[in-house]
Design a protein around this ligand. Structure first.
Ligand SMILES: Cc1ncc(COP(=O)(O)O)c(C=O)c1O
Length: 482
């Protein structure tokens, strides 16, 4: 995919797959979209998919499966215990990560719950990480622990040309270990850092962090949920790995981590998850919890059909054509936005194209949730569902104060192999229109605020009649177009 150059002047990402099963889409008229977002409390999580045109909320469980994955589902061995399906999956995981044990779980956050239960042993412990993910932080907090984000400075600079903005700050890690090692529950590295624009971590950084942890006797936990995109960036941005087979990179990561876990809703394009380990004692501690929370050890809450699809999906992760597709589409969107002067996170990361709402809507204070407002506005004018990744996605402090996020992003996720380039062009077009009319967009305020993971179910209302004005301007410019 990456090697194909066009005769014309513009290079474009070219899909190395064809579409053989399709699903009809619906684009409701703008008045209906305004009603839908109002009914959803201005929270794109609460929209009904039947009212969404392009669902760019997430790649979680929404990646397109291949013909081989679907075919493999038919070969699943239905059995509560000792299913052949499990042993095929276990063998694939041992092959690609080189780990000794695989403990299945129903999805990524289930792994996080187990990891927090086993490794956060007393309140007040801290988990240094390159950056937090919502559910990771919630599980560590639930066990009485805290997190410390020690990302490199560039990680929080929205527009940058640093290739590996997901890297951990090595000096800070060393300092934390030197000053208070006993307080550290474990160190966590996240591939393709979700909340700061899908930014990758380099192999050099993973290796250095691992060496420091091993020397200090601190466990290194690696979240591989977004590893597919990160592998693509290691191959294309880290010169030493340009010619290294993808499987060798995965095995190296497997060897550098003590515990590696993943959401199979992302990695492997199926639904499920699991924990991979080398250490016998750790394995025994985790193993006790699997039948209690997940299911028997040979399925862990996953359906055997999904497990078969996952085995094939993991194998397909070794194919550069497969892992290049989403990052190249995202790169295309980022280039188009940048050319139009629209603020997006650069360099292009994985997972999705991330609009920098702090700059896009610089007239809206963070307390009025610019990224949430932009996600609502974009749905109204296009039927495109993105996700707020900013202050709304943060949790209140124990004293009730609201931490303001480092970044206010709207993520337009590109589930793998799902959207066509013309659909991507439609999104670009509508965002351009919205940028020209950004002064019309106002803020949001909570009408219902849940205590935990408030972004999932929280309900908000516009702080003025800005949405009605936005609809009126859309009709003025687009007439009777949907
Ligand atoms: C980096 C990362 N870790 C963990 C998770 C949690 O996985 P799941 O949604 O399967 O529970 C996600 C999900 O988005 C993620 O992006």
């Amino acid at each position: 995919m990456a090697q194909i150059k066009f005769f014309g002047s513009e290079n474009m990402p070219l899909e190395m797959h064809k579409v053989r099963i399709i699903q009809k889409l619906n684009l409701p008229p703008i008045d209906d979209r305004l009603t839908s977002i109002t009914e959803a409390g201005n929270n794109t999580f609460l929209l009904k998919n039947r009212n969404v045109f392009l669902d760019m909320l997430t790649d979680s469980g929404t990646n397109a499966m291949s013909d081989k994955q679907l075919a493999a589902m038919m070969t699943a061995d239905d059995s509560y215990a000792g299913s052949e399906t499990f042993f095929r999956l276990e063998a694939k995981i041992q092959e690609i990560f080189g780990t000794k044990y695989f403990l299945p779980a129903h999805q990524g956050r289930a792994c996080e719950s187990l990891i927090a239960q086993v490794l956060v042993t007393h309140p007040g412990q801290v988990v240094p990480m390159n950056y937090h993910f919502t559910t990771t932080k919630a599980h560590i907090s639930r066990m009485g622990g805290g997190i410390e984000e020690i990302i490199v400075d560039e990680g929080l600079v929205a527009q940058s040309d640093e290739n590996f903005k997901g890297n951990m700050n090595i000096d800070v890690l060393k300092k934390m270990i030197a000053e208070n090692k006993s307080k550290i529950a474990f160190v966590r590295l996240e591939a393709g850092t979700n909340l700061i624009g899908g930014q990758p971590i380099s192999m050099a950084n993973i290796r250095e962090v691992s060496q420091i942890c091993r020397q200090a006797g601190v466990y290194l936990v690696f979240d591989a949920s977004l590893l597919a995109d990160n592998l693509y960036f290691i191959k294309t941005r880290e010169a030493a790995y340009e010619n290294t087979p993808i499987v060798d990179i995965m095995r190296e990561i497997g060897a550098l981590a003590d515990v590696l876990y993943f959401s199979a809703r992302k990695l492997g394009c199926a639904r499920g998850g699991g924990i991979c380990l080398h250490n016998d004692d750790l394995m025994m501690k985790f193993r006790e919890l699997i039948p209690l929370y997940e299911g028997f050890l040979t399925y862990g809450g996953m359906s055997v059909r999904e497990m078969e699809a996952l085995t094939v999906g993991l194998d397909e992760t070794l194919d550069m054509d497969m892992i290049a597709q989403a990052p190249q589409f995202i790169g295309h969107m980022v280039d188009k936005f940048t050319a139009a002067g629209i603020p997006v996170v650069t360099p292009a990361g994985g997972l999705g194209c991330h609009i920098n709402a702090m700059e896009f809507l610089s007239h809206i204070p963070q307390e009025r949730y610019p990224a949430g407002a932009l996600a609502a506005a974009l749905y109204i004018i296009s039927g495109v569902r993105g996700m707020e990744r900013g202050t709304l996605s943060e949790q209140r402090n124990p004293d009730g104060t609201e931490p303001l996020a480092h970044m206010e992003l709207v993520r337009l996720a590109l589930p793998r192999r799902v959207f066509t380039l013309s659909q991507v062009e439609y999104v670009v077009d509508r965002v351009k229109w919205l940028y020209q009319n950004r002064e019309l967009i106002g803020g949001l305020k909570f009408t219902e605020e849940p205590k935990i993971l408030r972004f999932f179910f929280g309900r908000l209302a516009p702080d003025s009649d800005w949405q009605t004005k936005l609809v009126a301007k859309f009709k003025e410019d687009f007439g009777d177009s949907l």
